[in-house]
Design a protein around this ligand. Structure first.
Ligand code: FNR
Length: 350
């Protein structure tokens, strides 16, 4: 209905200019130190960042995580960022397709195949919307935009802070299991900034999920976004929880340890530069994921502005591999690294 689309536009306004990344929150990636190699003994152009994802071959291990759709403005964001992903060999996700499930005339704002014919394209729906849509309904959403796979997002923290949000979180694993059976390795389960920990990840993988985006604490806080929209007691509770979550560095390292090599892991949530991409890859991610920085670059500078931002990220990522003497991510993971401070405490507990 109308309110879904209007809420989405309010979200976009807040994310474009609002204080949606509370300064006191941290990914804890500042506690990961990759170690300099003074004699790399390799050429920069030997770095090979290619990786498989959702049946496609990416040229760099980066996913533009799902953000938007449903309005004209959202359609421009999707097309600009999908075009960039196509051009640079990244993966791209659209935002929640709830608005198009409610009104199929909104499909065009999610449709990017004409500008991104070969990109690894990921659809998106919330876990509790998927309950109502069923496996067939979710499959129709993916097919309608020619997606290679589907992301199922978890956002209990956001829902509880949203006055009109869900309050009943029962039956989730049952839905995940049905979708994993239907989509196989084309299903991705993701959080939205509060993180997926090792226990939940292990259970998801046991049910057949083969792609997990931990989307941890330290970047965009959806509790904060809803806090900024809420009033009275709801806003006060939101303020108290806008630092809630598992920091991204702790989530990715502990989830990799918990699930072993049998799942493809994405690390998003506050990953902001190429060096941070290298850090999450070293900790066990197969792909780094980013939402807010690319959205903001697009809002401020259009396609060219977003491409400039992306080039800085990709150049810095490659530089991190050269300066650790790594030709690829497998070699990067074998290099020693220092883990300090609070991250050590998190990893001792998880
Ligand atoms: C999001 N995110 C998101 N996630 C999702 O699964 N469905 C969605 O519709 C949206 N919408 C959305 C809009 C905007 C403007 C932003 C910035 C983000 C969450 C996103 O995919 C990601 O998980 C978090 O934002 C954490 O990453 P960053 O922003 O810290 O890089």
């Amino acid at each position: 209905d109308e309110t879904t689309a209007r809420r989405k536009d309010a979200h976009l306004d807040l994310c474009a200019t609002g204080d949606v990344e509370p300064a006191q929150n941290s990914t804890l990636l500042e506690h990961v130190h990759l170690i300099h190699c003074a004699m790399p003994e390799m050429a920069a152009d030997e770095v090979d960042l290619s990786t498989p994802f959702m049946g496609k071959a990416l040229r760099a291990p980066l996913l533009v995580t799902g953000m938007t759709g449903g309005t004209e403005r959202a359609g421009v964001v999707n097309r600009d960022l999908a075009l960039l992903a196509e051009r640079h060999g990244l993966a791209f996700g659209v935002g929640s397709q709830r608005a198009m499930a409610e009104d199929t005339s909104r499909t065009a704002s999610y449709a990017v195949r004409d500008v991104a014919p070969t990109v690894a394209l990921v659809g998106n729906i919330g876990l509790y919307q998927a309950v109502g849509l069923g496996v067939d309904g979710v499959r129709r959403l993916a097919d309608a935009i020619g997606a290679d796979g589907m992301a199922l997002h978890l956002n209990a923290g956001q829902e509880l802070t949203q006055p009109e949000g869900d309050r009943d979180f029962r039956g989730g694993y049952q839905v995940v299991e049905a979708l994993a059976r239907a989509f196989g390795d084309r299903l991705l389960v993701k959080e939205t900034g509060c993180g997926i920990g090792p226990d939940v990840a292990r259970r998801l993988v046991e049910l057949g999920v083969r792609n997990v985006d931990v989307s941890g604490l330290g970047g965009t806080s959806w509790v904060r976004v809803e806090q900024l929209r809420a009033h009275g007691s709801q806003a006060q509770v939101g303020a108290e929880f806008s630092g809630w979550g598992i920091p991204t560095a702790a989530a990715i390292a502990s989830v990799r340890k918990a699930v072993g090599p049998q799942a493809r892991l994405v690390a998003s949530g506050g990953v902001r530069g190429g060096l941070e991409c290298a850090k999450v890859l070293a900790l066990g991610a197969d792909l780094a994921g980013m939402a807010l920085p690319l959205f903001r670059a697009q809002q401020q500078g259009g396609l060219a502005g977003a491409e400039d931002a992306l080039k800085v990220i990709l150049t810095a990522l490659r530089q991190a591999l050269v300066l650790t003497g790594s030709r690829n991510v497998a070699e990067l993971r074998q290099r020693p690294r220092v883990v300090s401070g609070a991250l050590k405490d998190w990893l001792a507990a998880l």
